[in-house]
Design a protein around this ligand. Structure first.
Ligand code: ZN
Ligand code: ZN
Length: 353
């Protein structure tokens, strides 16, 4: 085992503080990574606070990891020491079920092993995430960061990026389609960039007039203020797809009526019961589809990174000193970040700098 500095939570109320952890000795398929950057995802906060009642403490969050390879297990091929690599939300899966064999490890029938708060499939230990100076991960769950990408701004592509890219691809968004993006947070701003790059006509739905210029700057062709009934009604039956990134309960009915027949409304932010009630007529009359999507598999996670390199896309990030992580959590909770904090892990390694 190798000792590693990290930041973690010891209880629901503790906030995050320095913690010493250990990383395992390399298995034959393992890659050791020195972590340079780690994005701060809202999921990290939910786990740190035990919002979902499943946190095992101590918890070391972080699943948007970018760093450099420092060592390789005997059987690893295709990676070299010094390569810039990434690790996202998963570090293992059963590898044998139908979704795993299709490279859809996020839908593993046994459940994938999460990057933190997961249970290692070999030794049963609880996994620790990327708020740390190093990590050891099986090569199947390591992706390459193309050299064209700023590695810090690429980190959020491993969760926020793939979460919005995968459904646009899977449900068949193409050039010329009319795509609505609901919400302008971390996921929404990535959805705008991807839909724009694919060649779709992108409309952003936001509740606040103040975000109109911001949405246009991100690549939106149109902006609809969702609280303005006249604007909403004028768009009835217009859209081929809605990418719904809102993480809290909201009324889907007005959005469904903006889809044309055969249109698809894709949920990527909500994992709660739908309230208020969905009117099935909004689906039946028009053969509309209500869909969901979770991150992406490993082949597609590599694909989104390559797509971003080809199309000059990264996440808009604010760099963070790890000592300010608790204040950053408060700001994320207020929606006060454009659009993702990324921890500069040099601040963990060299606290004096
Ligand atoms: Zn995440
Ligand atoms: Zn599986």
């Amino acid at each position: 085992m190798t000792p590693a500095k990290a930041y973690g939570a010891r209880s629901e109320q503790s906030g995050l503080a320095p913690i010493d952890i250990e990383r395992r000795d390399l298995r034959p398929d393992d890659i050791a990574i020195r972590i340079d950057y780690c994005g701060v995802c809202h999921t990290d906060i939910h786990f740190a606070q035990n919002d979902w009642g499943m946190t095992q403490y101590p918890l070391v969050p972080g699943h948007e990891i970018v760093g450099r390879v420092t060592a390789l297990g005997d059987e690893v091929r295709g990676f070299s020491v010094g390569d810039v690599v990434g690790v996202g939300c998963m570090v293992d899966a059963c590898r044998e079920c139908d979704p795993c064999q299709q490279g859809l490890e996020q839908y593993c029938l046994e459940g994938p092993t999460l990057t933190y708060n997961g249970q290692d499939r070999h030794d049963g230990s609880v996994t620790f995430g990327g708020y740390s100076e190093s990590v050891v991960v099986s090569d199947r769950f390591v992706v390459r960061i193309p050299e064209e990408l700023d590695p810090a701004a690429a980190a959020p592509l491993l969760c926020a990026g793939i979460t919005t890219y995968s459904p646009l691809r899977h449900y068949g968004v193409q050039a010329g389609h009319k795509v609505g993006v609901i919400g302008m947070g971390d996921l929404g701003h990535m959805g705008i960039k991807f839909a724009h790059a694919i060649g779709a006509e992108v409309t952003v739905f936001t509740r606040s007039e103040s975000k109109v210029a911001e949405a246009q700057a991100q690549g939106a062709h149109h902006v609809i203020v969702s609280s303005d009934e006249a604007q909403m009604q004028a768009a009835a039956g217009y859209f081929d797809f809605m990418l719904d990134t809102v993480p809290v309960q909201h009324d889907l009915n007005p959005y469904l009526s903006l889809l044309r027949y055969d249109g698809t409304h894709i949920l990527v932010g909500l994992v709660e019961p739908i309230e208020p009630t969905l009117h099935a007529g909004n689906l039946v009359f028009g053969r509309r589809v209500l869909a969901g999507s979770l991150i992406g598999g490993m082949p597609e996670t590599q694909e989104v990174l390559d797509f971003c390199a080809d199309n000059d896309i990264t996440c808009d990030v604010e760099m963070l000193d790890i000592h300010d992580i608790n204040a950053a959590y408060e700001r994320v909770k207020q929606g006060d970040v454009k659009y993702r904090f990324v921890i500069d892990m040099a601040t963990l390694r060299n606290p004096s700098e």
